[in-house]
Design a binder for this molecule. Sequence first.
Ligand code: ZN
Length: 129
Amino acid sequence: MEHTIKTSKQDEMIDITNIIQDDVRNCNIKDGMAIVFVPHTTAGITINENADPDVIYDMLATFRKLIPEDESYRHLEGNSHAHLKSSIIGSSCTIIIENGRLKLGTWQGVYFCEFDGPRTRRFYTKFIE
Ligand code: ZN
């Protein structure tokens, strides 16, 4: 299934766990695998803690420090930092589905990662039974 997401900052991580879980329910998948994919070169997908929002804050702050925006990159579009972050994070994730539920850990959530926003973005979910 295709989803559109509007990001509102240059970099942010948006919890999309509920959207994926709703797709699992709507497709009536009981046991299998969920694949989440981002068709962008300056965004990504990752799984991390969704209990304490400071974890996400720290992750984004550390990415900014590790991969500065104003290095002397060659890419003329000026967003090489976002391309680098996208490749480090990765563009997909796979989650086990059991009894109609995503088999995530208690503190885990699936995040859409924006690194060159704000933009209108897309991501896809696909299920294998
Ligand atoms: Zn670019």
